[in-house]
Design a protein around this ligand. Sequence first.
Ligand SMILES: NC(=O)c1ccc[n+]([C@@H]2O[C@H](COP(=O)([O-])OP(=O)(O)OC[C@H]3O[C@@H](n4cnc5c(N)ncnc54)[C@H](OP(=O)(O)O)[C@@H]3O)[C@@H](O)[C@H]2O)c1
Length: 259
Amino acid sequence: MSTAINSFFSGKSILITGASSGLGWALAEALAPCRVKLGLLGRNTEKLQELAAKLRYTGSEFIVLTCDVQDRHAVEQSVQEFHQLAGGLDMVWVNSGISRSTFFPNWDWQNVEAIINTNIMGAMYTTKACADIMVQQDSGTIVAIGSVASMRGLPKHGIYSMTKIALNHYIESLVAELPQLHFILIHPGFVDTAINQGNPNRVFLMTADKAAQLMLKAVAKRKRYYIYPWQFRLLYPLVRALPASLYQSIAKKLVKMRK
Ligand SMILES: NC(=O)c1ccc[n+]([C@@H]2O[C@H](COP(=O)([O-])OP(=O)(O)OC[C@H]3O[C@@H](n4cnc5c(N)ncnc54)[C@H](OP(=O)(O)O)[C@@H]3O)[C@@H](O)[C@H]2O)c1
């Protein structure tokens, strides 16, 4: 990591939701050398403790927060706890998320509700609880992890792509409502983590470490919107701009091909 990026994060109190694996874990690993106070939030306490123990040598401080983001009160409590123990809240990574197939013939309400409650409600609970503190202190950065799946309605993953475009719109609205805060919306492409294991179509795949480096660089540059990798940065606006009829006929073909 460059000195400029290191000094941007140095000394900050940073909360990461979904730190027990994948992108959240890689972000914690990348941030730890910057002498930060890191809140590691998730349901898997053992994994969070393992991560904190692994990174303690860096001299950063770690606060493990066991929390299910689907539970609003638990999120509010965890955010307050982090704020008090860390002595501040400079930044939050709204990163916890799940994805499951919601193909209509295999519809399962439990899956659907879990995706919506984690990716939309969980993200909103986290954002609101952190923004309340940040508004009081008149500063703070909120990093929201969307997905390139928000590009259009994604066959077989319609609920997941809906949750990510919902997050996109929610954050966009907050940017206007809370100009004293800095928001950055990040849409990752395929990163090699547990969320997409078994998906044979992971194009432009990258490692979680590389993804974390790219995201830290984007945040340190105070970007407001960031799509990676570059191939998706080009594709995203093009696919968004396709006429509905053209997109739908491509999507239908994809469903047939992948049956
Ligand atoms: N990997 C990709 O290709 C990719 C692409 C685009 C966007 N994303 C987004 O990146 C984010 C991180 O995903 P990932 O790739 O790192 O997947 P991952 O390895 O499966 O990690 C997901 C994280 O979310 C946490 N989580 C899930 N449900 C939770 C809940 N109810 N309460 C609290 N935490 C919860 C998990 O922690 P616990 O199990 O400990 O609760 C875990 O740490 C997600 O929002 C995902 O949509 C990923």
